[in-house]
Write a protein that binds this ligand. Structure first.
Ligand SMILES: C[S@@+](CC[C@H](N)C(=O)[O-])C[C@H]1O[C@@H](n2cnc3c(N)ncnc32)[C@H](O)[C@@H]1O
Length: 221
């Protein structure tokens, strides 16, 4: 496993584990106020549902969920896709432990601790890479874009959402002054234009949308 930021990443998510799911899912009034003020009200749950809707309910191929975190957004869908083969990968043992509790030993789902920059999967072995809220946390983002593309089969889909710089000044301030120093986000952060170039260099079809400072995309290799 890469040593880059190892302590920083695992400690950051260990410390936050009790509030993490509540904030992402706007589970209480404070989380809703935080999202409204700092993120322009962008609804992570709605974006997650949109991304998951690109995978049909009778899907029977292979999926990589990276970083899976606690699987707060994905567990329900993954549990329903009984004919799929799903790998949930994350760097943090604490996040994986919470994911394990949600997924409750489902035989078609494997939980793996690892680095997105060094994926323990064969090249061209995956049909869908699902990456929610990860790229703003990864230290080596270009390596992560390369690795996730490498493991996809030709025709496979890269489906993702993450923070981008330059859309909302309040969000950029929050990221620069709080989230990055805390270790929850890791610089450098890309703009929408830069992400367009990065994805177009790796995928034959690229569809990009933005919702305030969150970019979501569906790409085909
Ligand atoms: C904001 S969470 C997102 C998790 C989940 N997809 C979600 O939307 O709730 C970011 C995750 O990235 C993981 N992470 C950070 N760097 C990583 C790396 N190099 N390889 C794999 N996972 C990493 C962290 O452990 C954390 O669980």
């Amino acid at each position: 496993m890469s040593k880059i930021g190892e302590d920083k990443i695992s400690n950051a998510y260990h410390d936050s584990k009790n509030i993490y799911n509540g904030v992402l899912t706007q589970g209480n009034i404070f989380a809703r106020a935080y999202i409204k003020f700092f993120w322009g009200g962008t609804d992570d749950v709605a974006i997650a549902q949109k991304l998951l809707s690109f995978i049909p309910d009778d899907f029977s191929g292979t999926i990589l969920d990276v970083p899976c975190g606690t699987t707060v957004f994905t567990a329900e869908k993954w549990l329903r896709l009984k004919n799929a083969k799903i790998t949930c990968l994350d760097y943090s043992a604490d996040m994986l432990q919470q994911a394990r509790q949600r997924l409750d030993g489902a035989a078609h789902i494997t939980l793996t601790q690892g680095d997105v920059g060094q994926l323990p999967l064969e090249n061209q072995s995956v049909d869908v890479v699902m990456s929610m809220n990860g790229f703003h946390a990864f230290p080596d983002k270009l390596k992560a874009f390369d690795e996730t593309c490498c493991v996809l089969r030709p025709g496979g889909k890269f489906i993702a959402c993450f923070y981008i710089r330059g859309k909302l000044r309040r969000t950029d301030w929050l990221v620069r002054r709080i989230l990055a120093p805390k270790g929850w986000f890791t610089a450098p952060f890309h703009t929408e234009t830069e992400i367009g170039e990065i994805l177009s260099a790796r995928y034959s079809k690229v569809e990009i949308h933005t919702d305030n400072a969150i970019l979501w995309c569906v790409c085909e290799k």
